[in-house]
Design a protein around this ligand. Structure first.
Ligand code: AMP
Length: 505
C-alpha cells in the first residue's frame, strides 16, 4: 500500500500528517494526490468523509513553494460556509509547518475581518461563490494569478444554484491553471461543466465504504447509558476476547475510560489526538506485541490502523459519522480472519444508529444481555431501509435477533426496563444535532461515558448471540461513472521542472 512518504511530499507536510495521525492515505488520497501532482486536470468522484480535502490540499501545499503575499495562487471554491471553514482548518492543519498563507471568505459574516485577511496577502483562498464575486466586484480579489483551481462538492454547487457563479468565477482565471473538480456524483450538468472547464482530465472514482467486511460478526446491545461500563467490562473478560479495541468518541472520554478500566483490573493503553507521537507509538507497540490486550481509541485511530489479529471491536459509543462505524469495525476481521464487534447503544444514540444502518443498508442484530432494555418501537420505525423494504417486498428488514432473546427476558426486577419515553421531537432532535456537531470536533465535553460506579456484575449467563447477519441487501448508491471526457481543446500539456506538467500560456 502507498504511504505518504512514497508520494514524495515535502518533509513539513509529512510532519504535519504525522501530527494529524494520518499514517496511511485514504483511497481517494492514494489516487488523487499523484494525479494532481502530475499537473493534469482531475475529476474526482468522492464524498465527504473519504479524506478528499487532503486529496486536493496536499498537492496544493506541495507545489506552491514559498509564500508570495502579492498573488492568490490557489482557489478552493466550496458551496457552503461550513465547508469553507472545514477546508480552511484542514489547510492550516496540513500546512502548519509551511510558510504559505491561507484566507477564507464566505457570506453571512462581516466583511471587515475577511478583507483584512486578504490584505495581508494569501497564497490560498477558500471561498464561497457569492462572497467571492462580491469581493471581486469591489476589486479586493484578483484571480489572474491562480495556478490551481479546486471546485469542491461540484454537485452541491449545482443543487444550490451556484453553477452560473462558478462559470463567472472560472472565466476570471487564466486558461493555463490546473483544475481539480471534486463531486460526490457526476450528473449531466457537472459533466457538461467539466467539459467546459477542464482540459483532458484524469478521472478518479472512490465509492464510500458502505459495507463492512463479511468476516465481522456484528452485535448491538441496547441498554441504559449508565450500564455501558458494566457491560463492556464483562464483555472484555470473555475468554474469546484476545485483542480488543474499544472505541469512544472523544479524547477526554478515551482517557477516562482507560482510567476506569485500569481501576477495574483491565490493563489497557489509549491513543487519541492529544497523545504525543511517542506515547501513541508506545501504546500501539504494547498492543501489537500482546503486552496489553485492550486498546482504547478515538476515531482518529480507526483509519489506517493496521493490526492484524484484533479479535473484537467494542463501540462504547457510536461514532458521530456513520462511515466511521465501518472503519471502526473494519479493525477486526482483517486478512480473512473472523472478528466480532459489539456496539453499546443507548437511547441518545438511536439517531446515529439509524444513520449507520442506513449507510450499510441493513440492521445490526440485537444481542440480549441482562442489562438490555426493550428496543423502542419508534426507533424500529425510524430504522433504515424502510424505503427499500417497500421496494423489495414483505418480510424484510426486521432487526435480526438471537433466538434466545425471546426466551431470555430480563429477570431482575431492579433491572426491569421501563418503556422509553416517547420521542420529544423538536428539542431532543435539536440537542442531538448540537451534540453531534460538538462531537465532530472531538470535543472534551463527552457526556456519553457517564458510567455507573456500582461494582460491575457478570452478564455472561444472560448474553445470547444473535445469528450472523444477512448481507444480501446492499445499499444502492446513486454514483454513476461518467465515461464522457471533456472536449479536447487545442492546448497541450508540458512538463515543468520534470515533476509537474503545466499548460503553456
Ligand atoms: P474529509 O473527507 O476530507 O472531510 O475527511 C474526513 C475525515 O478523515 C477527517 O476527519 C479527516 O481528518 C480524516 N482523514 C483524512 N485523511 C486521513 C488519513 N489519511 N488518515 C486518517 N484520517 C484522515
Amino acid at each position: 500500500m502507498t504511504n505518504f512518504e512514497d508520494m514524495q511530499l515535502k518533509q513539513p507536510i509529512l510532519d504535519a500528517l504525522k501530527k494529524a495521525e494520518y499514517t496511511t492515505p485514504t483511497p481517494i488520497q492514494e489516487k488523487a494526490i499523484p494525479a494532481a501532482l502530475s499537473g493534469r486536470d482531475l475529476i474526482a468522484c468522492a464524498q465527504t468523509g473519504t479524506g478528499k480535502t487532503a486529496a486536493f490540499a496536499l498537492p496544493i501545499l506541495q507545489v506552491l513553494g514559498e509564500h508570495d503575499p502579492a498573488k492568490i495562487r490557489a482557489l478552493v471554491l466550496t458551496p457552503t460556509r461550513e465547508l469553507a471553514i472545514q477546508n480552511f482548518d484542514c489547510f492550516k492543519k496540513y500546512g502548519r509547518y509551511l510558510s504559505l498563507r491561507c484566507a477564507c471568505i464566505y457570506g453571512g459574516a462581516k466583511q471587515a475581518q475577511q478583507e483584512a485577511q486578504l490584505k495581508k496577502g494569501c497564497d490560498i483562498l477558500i471561498a464561497t461563490p457569492g462572497r467571492l464575486l462580491d469581493f471581486m466586484g469591489q476589486g479586493l480579489v484578483s484571480l489572474s494569478d491562480v495556478e490551481i483551481f479546486v471546485l469542491d462538492e461540484a454537485d452541491r454547487m449545482l443543487d444550490m444554484g451556484f453553477i452560473h457563479d462558478v462559470r463567472r468565477i472560472a472565466s476570471c482565471m487564466e486558461d493555463r491553471k490546473q483544475t481539480l473538480l471534486f463531486s460526490a456524483t457526476i450528473p449531466k450538468e457537472i459533466e457538461q461543466l467539466a467539459g467546459e472547464l477542464l482540459y483532458n482530465p484524469d478521472m478518479i472514482r472512490v465509492d464510500p465504504e458502505t459495507k463492512p467486511a463479511d468476516t465481522v460478526e456484528q452485535h448491538m446491545i441496547y441498554l441504559k447509558k449508565e450500564d455501558k461500563r458494566t457491560v463492556l467490562l464483562s464483555l472484555l473478560q470473555e475468554p474469546d476476547v484476545e485483542k480488543a479495541i474499544v472505541f469512544v468518541r472523544t479524547k477526554h472520554g478515551a482517557d477516562r475510560l482507560k482510567k476506569q478500566l485500569t481501576r477495574d483490573g483491565v490493563p489497557c493503553v489509549v491513543i487519541h489526538g492529544d497523545r504525543t507521537q511517542g506515547q501513541r507509538q508506545n501504546a500501539l507497540e504494547q498492543f501489537r506485541s500482546g503486552q496489553v490486550s485492550v486498546l482504547v481509541a478515538t476515531d482518529v485511530a480507526a483509519r489506517g490502523l493496521d493490526i492484524p489479529d484484533v479479535s473484537h471491536v467494542f463501540n462504547m459509543d457510536l461514532p458521530s459519522e456513520a462511515e466511521n462505524y465501518i472503519h471502526r469495525i473494519g479493525r477486526t476481521g482483517r486478512a480473512g480472519h473472523s472478528g466480532i464487534s459489539y456496539s453499546l447503544v443507548c437511547e441518545e444514540e438511536l439517531e446515529l444508529l439509524s444513520d449507520i444502518e442506513k449507510l450499510m443498508g441493513k440492521k445490526i442484530p440485537l444481542t440480549e444481555t441482562e442489562y438490555s432494555i426493550p428496543f423502542p418501537a419508534s426507533a424500529k420505525k425510524k430504522a433504515p431501509a424502510e424505503s427499500s423494504r417497500k421496494k423489495q417486498g414483505k418480510n424484510q428488514e426486521k432487526r435480526p435477533q438471537g433466538k434466545q432473546q425471546e426466551k431470555a427476558k430480563p429477570k431482575a426486577p431492579a433491572k426491569k426496563p421501563q418503556e422509553p419515553a416517547a420521542p420529544k421531537k423538536t428539542t431532543e432532535d435539536r440537542q442531538r444535532r448540537r451534540r453531534r456537531e460538538n462531537q465532530k470536533a472531538e470535543t472534551h465535553s463527552d457526556a456519553s461515558l457517564l458510567v455507573s460506579l456500582e461494582t460491575p456484575r457478570s452478564i455472561h449467563d444472560k448474553r445470547s448471540f444473535a445469528p450472523r447477519i444477512d448481507d444480501s441487501r446492499s445499499w444502492e448508491h446513486e454514483n454513476r461513472r461518467s465515461s464522457r471526457r471533456p472536449d479536447r481543446r487545442s492546448r497541450s500539456v508540458q512538463h515543468a521542472g520534470g515533476a509537474r506538467k503545466r499548460r503553456p500560456n
